[in-house]
Design a protein around this ligand. Structure first.
Ligand code: PMP
Ligand code: GLU
Length: 389
């Protein structure tokens, strides 16, 4: 009854583990969950107020499929102000979250074994969507000793005549690595003379702690033309449930194609979210963003220190996002068994490295309060001690 393309699709493991820990909590179990990639903060009041005003003003009808013009202008202004990028509103489309942007983009560009280069560890959704669209995933494995970043030489040897796309995530989920401007320029040089599309997922842009964030499309004219910039507000202003994301591309034909697809599938995103998103983008919530960023820095520092004190575990410092990608190679060769046993025995939920394409690690989010982080890592320490006993 079901199609081959849906049969090969796996459920999002990050969402599945989060749902399982919520289920266990509902049964009264004292589960400490570090699985969800979601800020624990509420959406800033100023954004909520804009949404309430939109409802009261009856801004509750269908809108333009690609988003109201004020919103696309607010995105264009943001991309200019923060990233030095010149996109016009017709080079931008608003989608139901960055995940939906990726779905539309891949649907419009990938078919028949087109090769998509994905550095591993990667966010769980990329390979699933590539496979769903009939593409072929080409992984480039990175490691903690190279700070989980691909080199120009690795990229060069992954390219074939069938390469359609390269996906970059900076800052990265799950590792928190950030590509410097110099590194991006070098990667860009490898692509010169090809038709390869670069997808730059910049959803964690505002959660940069060390080093400078550089938008991939900004490093050269050649990169600007080939890059599709993906971003949203889920992480920066804690709007995961509102469903707002966008893509921006030099190629207006690409934006038009995804608009056509969206017009026949979801239509415009929620009208109320659109009004709220303008406030999230125009700088009005900057103080809230800074407050959350500072909180993430102190949680990261403490979580990292506590993990590195556990004999057998180690983690490199994530310069962005809100995850620790913890190396467990000294104590386990199977991250899935490790996380299942950890949940079973100590009621701590984390995500296995294998879900991100890198065996020998687990991912824990530090977007949760410090007491939960301390208690959770204490349980992880006991668990590892038992493993070694
Ligand atoms: N990209 C990355 C790297 C993510 O971690 C997420 C988190 N879900 C997304 C995109 C999608 O975010 P959303 O659909 O909530 O905008
Ligand atoms: N991106 C988040 C994560 O990696 C949210 C869950 C998801 O959309 O997969 O946990």
């Amino acid at each position: 009854m079901l199609t081959q393309r849906v049969n090969i699709l796996s459920e999002s493991s990050t969402i599945a583990i989060t749902a399982l820990s919520q289920e266990l909590k509902a049964q009264g179990k004292d589960v400490l969950s570090f699985s969800a990639g979601e800020p624990d903060f509420g959406t800033p009041q100023i954004i909520k107020d804009a949404a309430i005003a939109a409802i009261n003003d009856n801004f509750t009808k269908y809108t333009a499929v690609d988003g109201i013009i004020e919103l696309r202008e607010a995105i264009a202004n943001k991309l200019k102000r923060d990233n030095g990028l010149d996109y016009a509103p017709n080079q931008i489309i608003v989608n139901n979250g960055a995940k939906h942007s990726l779905f539309n983009l891949f649907s419009a560009t990938i078919e028949d074994g087109a090769e998509v280069i994905i550095p591993a560890p990667y966010w769980v959704t990329y390979p699933e969507l590539v496979n769903y669209c009939g593409g072929k995933v080409i992984e480039i494995q990175t490691h903690d000793y190279d700070l989980f970043k691909i080199t120009p030489a690795q990229l060069s040897s992954a390219i074939t005549p069938r390469t359609k796309m390269l996906i970059l995530t900076t800052p990265s989920n799950p590792t928190g690595s950030i590509y410097s401007k110099k590194e991006l320029i070098e990667l860009g040089k490898v692509l010169e003379g090809t038709d390869i599309i670069v997808v730059s997922d910049e959803i964690y842009e505002k959660l940069t702690y060390e080093g400078e964030f550089t938008s991939v499309a900004s490093v050269s004219e050649d990169m600007f033309k080939r890059t599709v910039t993906i971003n949203g507000l889920s992480k920066s202003v804690a709007m995961t449930g509102w469903r707002f994301g966008y893509m921006a591309a030099h190629d207006t034909a690409l934006i038009k194609a995804t608009k056509k697809l969206q017009s026949q599938s979801t239509s415009n995103i929620n009208s109320i979210t659109q009004k709220a998103a303008i406030v999230g983008l125009n700088g009005s919530a900057d103080a809230d963003i800074e407050m959350m960023r500072q909180a993430f820095i102190s949680r990261r520092d403490e979580a990292m220190k506590l993990i590195n004190e556990i004999d057998g575990l180690s983690v490199i410092k994530p310069n962005g996002a809100f995850y620790l990608f913890v190396n467990i190679k000294d104590v386990s060769s199977d991250s899935l068994i490790f996380v299942k046993d950890l949940l079973d025995k100590k009621l701590v939920a984390v995500v296995p490295g294998v879900a991100f394409g890198s065996e020998g690690y687990f991912r824990m989010s530090f977007a949760t309060d410090i007491n939960t982080i301390r208690a959770g890592i204490a349980r992880i320490a006991e668990f590892v001690q038992d493993l070694k006993a």
